[in-house]
Design a protein around this ligand. Structure first.
Ligand SMILES: Cc1cc2nc3c(=O)[nH]c(=O)nc-3n(C[C@H](O)[C@H](O)[C@H](O)COP(=O)(O)O)c2cc1C
Length: 258
């Protein structure tokens, strides 16, 4: 089984490719959390995969919370791997995940990552890729995935194929904790009601059901405690009506379209 979380589709693409190559079933972490589903039965020879984007050089908090509550009936040391997608590098992400899994009684055997198009628009700079650089990154990721696939299909343990950070501790511990504390919040999203066409796309793509657009109103964030600031709402808005922290208007948008 492959547990995955994806905001803008990069990780969904990787998880889907993994599912096709392995024949393993896909389980969405966001739907599982929304449905309070933490109990799963594992087959004797089944792989366990975790796929997610890097957020602030850590796993998104929804992934960590899910893992901490996960109960896998039938687990007796089956091959367990994680595959992260990132804009640049992963910091100590897999150390955090390894510890969370260990607390749930599961050993993380191998870890992988690949660069995919950037989806975070940091308030002061436009990090999101141009269409051309996004395409080049996706092509490179396809090739990397093909190279990594045999280790996953073959259940090879002890493999570490990651996009390492230069200063992983500074990134994940110092910057990561600042990021999680101050920037992972739905309170910084606003909508330009004049530009909004009430199409409801933002509500449809929000992986955690945190947006209401009922009665023909512009989006209203529900503050349900599950927003990871994945930016799906921002990137999918056809009129670019959604802004984050007053800093992203006019900046680039991207979501995985293949
Ligand atoms: C809130 C947020 C934080 C991010 N933090 C990082 C980071 O610390 N390091 C990095 O390399 N990429 C970071 N990214 C980029 C994403 O990890 C990357 O674009 C990923 O492929 C997005 O996957 P998705 O489309 O499945 O959501 C961040 C993106 C978002 C939205």
């Amino acid at each position: 089984m492959i547990f995955f979380f994806s905001g803008t589709g990069n990780t969904r693409f990787i998880a889907t490719q993994l599912a096709q190559a392995t024949g393993d079933r896909l389980i969405g972490i966001a739907s599982a959390v929304l449905n309070n589903q933490y109990d799963y039965v594992l087959e004797p020879d089944e792989r366990i995969g975790f796929c997610f984007p890097i957020h602030g050089w850590r796993p998104p908090f929804i992934v960590r919370d899910f893992v901490k509550r996960l109960r896998l009936e039938g687990y007796h040391g089956q091959f367990c791997y994680a595959f992260a997608t990132c804009g640049d590098d992963v910091g100590l992400t897999f150390d955090y995940l390894r510890d969370d899994l260990l607390a749930a009684g599961i050993t993380l055997d191998s870890v992988f990552s690949t660069i995919m198009p950037e989806t975070y628009n940091f308030p002061f700079i436009d990090q999101v890729d141009t269409p051309e650089s996004a395409r080049a990154k996706i092509d490179a990721a396809r090739e990397r995935l093909a190279r990594l696939m045999p280790d996953i299909v073959g259940r090879h343990r002890g493999v570490k194929q990651i996009n390492a950070s230069r200063w992983p501790r500074t990134n994940s511990r110092l910057l990561g904790s600042f990021f999680v504390k101050h920037w992972v919040t739905d309170t910084k999203f606003t909508v330009d009601a004049d530009a909004c066409t009430r199409c409801g796309k933002c509500r449809a793509v929000c992986p955690v059901g945190n947006i209401d657009c009922s009665d023909g109103n512009p989006p209203r964030w529900l503050h349900n405690g599950l927003c990871t600031t994945c930016f799906a709402c921002y990137h999918h808005c056809p009129t670019h009506a959604i802004d984050f922290a007053g800093r992203t208007r006019g900046k680039r948008q991207y979501y995985f379209k293949d």
